[in-house]
Design a protein around this ligand. Structure first.
Ligand SMILES: [Fe+2]
Ligand SMILES: [Fe+2]
Length: 140
């Protein structure tokens, strides 16, 4: 669970893949999305942009490549199709950039809800499958 009381998005139990490292990274992603929103809501546009560009975009890249490395390491058969879906995820996050730049918290919140819906489905449906595979193979 992501802590912070007024967060707009929460990390639900059905997002747990049971691959500890990946779960931590997913939580960090959600935390960075929430923090960006909080800064915008407080009118701290410059800081929101800095967080978005320097941390969220970088962390997204980090997570996706770590996840791909993990899937490769366990010999996950769906690696290639999963990699393709990650391309869409990169775009989802990048699509938030104009809303952060505008500094409009309401528009950002709407765009974020959309991106979060996408991310939620990706973790719950696609990421979860490597957790099941890893467990079946006795790797976690
Ligand atoms: Fe993924
Ligand atoms: Fe993921």
């Amino acid at each position: 669970m992501v802590k912070g009381g007024v967060n707009m998005i929460e990390f639900a139990d059905d997002l747990i893949t049971h691959v500890e490292e990946m779960d931590q990274q997913h939580m960090r992603l959600v935390e960075l999305l929430n923090n960006t929103y909080e800064l915008l809501k407080e009118g701290r546009k410059e800081e929101a942009m800095k967080l978005f560009k320097d941390e969220l975009l970088a962390y997204t890249e980090y997570h996706l490549s770590e996840e791909e490395k993990f899937m490769e390491k366990i010999g996950y058969p769906e690696l290639e199709s999963h990699k393709k879906v990650h391309e869409i995820f990169r775009r989802e996050i990048q699509n938030l950039a104009p809303y952060v730049e505008k500094g409009d918290p309401k528009a950002f919140r709407e765009a974020l809800s959309y991106a979060w819906g996408w991310l939620y489905n990706h973790i719950a449906r696609t990421d979860k499958k490597y957790g099941i595979y890893a467990k079946e193979k006795g790797l976690i």
